[in-house]
Structures are given as C-alpha cells and as structure tokens.
Design a protein around this ligand. Structure first.
Ligand code: ZN
Length: 488
C-alpha cells in the first residue's frame, strides 16, 4: 500500500525537478542567445543603392533582402523569410529628378530600414535638323536667306525658337542647349555673299611730292577686305618713281579678294625740281680761286695768305678735313662747298643713290661744322671725269642734271694748276695758272690745298692777278659753273 501510494508522488517530484532543470537550461539559452549574442535585423537593397535612369527608360524595382545578425553567432547574417516589408516613396519616370525609396522590415520585434536613390536624368543632346535648300536656291541671291531648321530635345521637346545662329563668311552655325545643359551644334556651308571689293589705304595719301635727289621709298599701304580680312601682303604695286628726273609718276596698287572683287588705287608722285639760280657773269675781270680735297695741313697758312691780301676764295672740302678749319674758312669770309666724304670713286660713282648719299652726308658735315647749309659743289674728278665710265655708264649725264634739279650748283674749272698731276713745285703751279689766266677774262682756277707747293704759289698768283686788274671773288649760287663737257 505504502509503495502504491508513493509512486505518483515520486513521479510528480521527478517531473518537478525536470521542470526546474529545463527552466534553468532555458534561462541559460536565453542568456546566451539574447544577452551574449545580441540579435539585429538588416535590410539590403538588391542591386545598386543609387540608380541612374536615362529619361525615357523604366525603373524596375529590384527588391530587398532581410537578414538576421548576431553579435556572436550569425555575424554575417542569415536570411529571414516572412519578415514584414513596407516601402515609402515612388519614382515618376516622366519627370527628371532625384527620388528616394525607403524600405522598412520587421520580424520578431526587430526592425530595420534602408534607402535607394533613383535619378531620372537627361544626358541626351537635342537634335538640330537643317532643311536642305532646293537646287538653285542661292542663285541670284546677294545675301543669306534661311532655308529652315528645327531643334528637338528628348525631354524639352521642340526648342527651335531657342536656336542661336552665328553667321560667318561661307558658314552658318546653329547651336542650342537643352534645359539639362546638353549642347548641340550643326553647321551649314553656304556660298560667300561678297560683292564688296577690298579697300586699299595708302600711307601718306594719293598725292605725294618729293624733291629730285631724295630716293623714293614706298611710304606703305594697307588692304582690308570685309570678308577676307587683311590682304596687304597680296597687293601688287606697279610703277616706278624716277627720283632723279622731275615729273609725274603713277604707282598703281591692286588686289582682289577671294571672290574676285578687284580694287585698284593709284598714287601720283610728283618729283619736283628746284629752280636753277640765274647765272650772273661778272662785269669785271675775275678770278675764282678754288681749292679741293682739304682742309689739310697747309690750309691755315693759305688762309693767312688770303687774309693778308684780303682775297676771298672757295674751298670744296672732304670728309677727311679738319672741321675746325672748315669753320675758319667760313668765319674768314670764304665760300665753302661740297666735294665728297670719301673721295672714293668706286663707291660714290657706283650708283646715283651712292652719289647722293655721299653728297648729303658731306652737306651735313659742313653744316654741323659751320652752320652753313651749302649747295655749292664740285664732283670728284670734275663733271668731265672718265673714271666713272667703267663703274656706272652714263652716271655723269644723270648726276649733272639731277644735282641741279636737287638745288645744288656744281662747278668745274677753266684753269687747271695741274697740282694733282705733273706740277710738283710752286713755280710750275704758278706758270700753269698764269698761263691759263692770260687767256681768259673770267677764270676758275683749280688747286688743291693739301699740297704745300700749291699753297706756296698762291701769293704770287694773287700778286700777278691784282697787277693785271683782276678781282678775286668767292663763289656763290649765281657764279658761272664753267661746266665741262660730260664724257659719261
Ligand atoms: Zn678732288
């Protein structure tokens, strides 16, 4: 009996212990799972979290996945099915913009959310279409006329009225930009409508006047075409100016633009001669003493002799001469004239340009030394020289006229002392001069004051002349030139 009554009691007791153990075990599992290994839920977008869709395309929702994560177990997560999912937000594919979709998930009291950005974009440029003109469209037209065009954008639609048009010669450029900044540009080739010839502008004007003896140099020009731009380099200048001979000279400048429109301008250059001073022959018996190639070492002595006799002479000076002596010559009442800077025949008679260059340089040297801008001159070798024949045929014929047209007076001689030739002592010089003087009423005597023996003869020559009633005079622009016959 006792055993019988104890059996259910023992069973109850055993079950109670079992419950107690299970409760303890459950508590342990709970502690392990939920305290040590904390759970969390995550929701992840399938595909990219930022999606860009070109306008006109469709957005297909790719969905999300839900995972359970633990801090100790299932760290990488295990998929959960049966979670409750909701989504906020929507995408309007017809409107450009940035849309946000928010996904919520909940399961077993845990929750999570994530986002996806969806951009509806327009990266397509508008399309500009040009209407092709029919054959013969441009014929007979003097200016551009629009054959027509259109511009259509995938998003903005017809934007023809926003097209900007740029006109250039032979080309029209159509450009437009859609609202999203996508540009488009097309060009149309057109005939060049250029009926205007270029314009030629002459520096210094269409009428120029220069004096004989000043070499003519092109003063410059410019040619501009409305379409082709600067055409200066293509200008053809025709015609020459003979700056050695008085006259009217035409220079014609011509140029054509790419369309064949021609322009032509003429410049008229007048080369003017200075009036020639009237020659006045002296009434009385006259001797013009002239000394070339100085001033030199004997010039001061010569000046003293002339002073002593109160006789005035003429000095045709060179670039080698002492400028202080040039000043003395002028200050003591004598005439000064140009001979040459270099006395180098090969240089000065190589061309008219070279001759005039030497002439003007010597004129400047004298002017700087004395303040006198002399126009009196003597050609090296005289106007009858033949040394220039081989150097420049005909140059003396040209120069003898040109120097006078340029305002100079050149002087040769009719009495030669021959002091640069065979006369090498004062006696011979004196004889040569007086022999010449005896045959003429008005005499131009050639001597060189660089030779002492020639200067030595001067006093005797003066005495001889005065004895016979001659007056000694310096040259001026009206004095006779005693021009030789030109041989070249
Ligand atoms: Zn000389």
């Amino acid at each position: 009996m006792k055993t019988k009554t104890n059996k259910p009691a023992r069973l109850r007791k055993g079950l109670g212990i079992l419950f107690l153990l299970m409760a303890l075990l459950g508590s342990l599992v709970w502690t392990v799972l939920f305290r040590i290994n904390r759970f969390s839920l995550s929701v992840t977008t399938v595909g990219d979290s930022v999606v860009e869709i070109e306008y006109g395309g469709r957005f297909e929702e790719p969905g999300v996945t839900v995972s359970l994560h633990g801090t100790r177990f299932w760290k990488t997560g295990i998929p959960v099915s049966g979670a409750k999912l909701t989504m906020e937000g929507q995408v309007d594919e017809a409107v450009l913009g940035r849309y946000t979709l928010v996904y919520h998930a909940s399961w077993m009291g845990l929750s999570a959310q994530t986002e996806r950005k969806v951009c509806i974009v327009d990266t397509q440029s508008p399309v500009i279409r040009l209407t092709e003109p029919p054959d013969g469209f441009w014929d007979g037209r003097g200016s551009f006329q629009e054959p027509g065009f259109s511009a259509v954008d995938n998003y903005d639609g017809d934007i023809t009225d926003q097209v900007r048009i740029l006109h250039e010669p032979g080309l029209v450029t159509y450009s437009v930009t859609d609202r999203c900044g996508n540009p488009a540009s097309v060009q149309r080739k057109i005939p060049v409508f250029d009926r205007e010839p270029p314009v030629i502008e002459l520096t210094g004007g269409q009428n120029l006047t220069i004096g004989v003896g000043k070499p003519y140099t092109e003063p410059g020009f410019r040619a501009e075409d409305a379409v082709d731009g600067d055409l200066t380099a293509q200008v053809l200048a025709e015609g020459t100016v003979d700056w050695l001979r008085p006259g009217m000279y035409d220079i014609t400048y011509s140029v054509s633009d790419a369309q064949g429109n021609a322009a032509s301008v003429t410049r008229q250059v007048e080369v003017v001669a200075q009036p020639r001073p009237e020659t006045q022959w002296p009434q009385e018996k006259t001797i013009y003493l002239t000394f070339d190639d100085g001033p030199g070492p004997h010039t001061r002595r010569l000046l003293d002799v002339l002073d002593r006799w109160n006789v005035k002479a003429t000095f045709f000076v060179t670039g080698f001469g002492d400028t202080e002596l040039m000043k003395q010559i002028v200050e003591r009442g004598h005439s000064i004239g140009i001979h040459t800077v270099t006395h180098d025949y090969e240089t000065i008679y190589s061309s008219p340009e070279a001759y005039f260059d030497d002439l003007y340089r010597m004129q400047e040297i004298i002017y700087a030394a004395t303040g006198v801008r002399t126009t009196l001159m003597r050609f090296p070798g005289g106007s009858s020289n033949e040394v220039s024949c081989a150097l420049s045929p005909g140059i003396m014929t040209t120069l003898t006229q040109a120097v006078q047209d340029a305002g100079f007076q050149y002087f040769d001689w009719n009495v030669d002392s021959d002091d640069a030739g065979r006369a090498r002592d004062a006696k011979t010089v004196f004889e040569n001069v007086t022999e010449g003087l005896a045959q003429t009423r008005v005499a131009m005597v050639l001597q060189h004051d660089i030779h002492g023996y020639s200067v030595d003869a001067v006093e005797q020559i003066i005495a001889w002349g005065l004895d016979r009633g001659y007056a000694f005079r310096p040259l001026n622009e009206h004095s006779p030139g005693f021009h030789h016959q030109v041989n070249n």
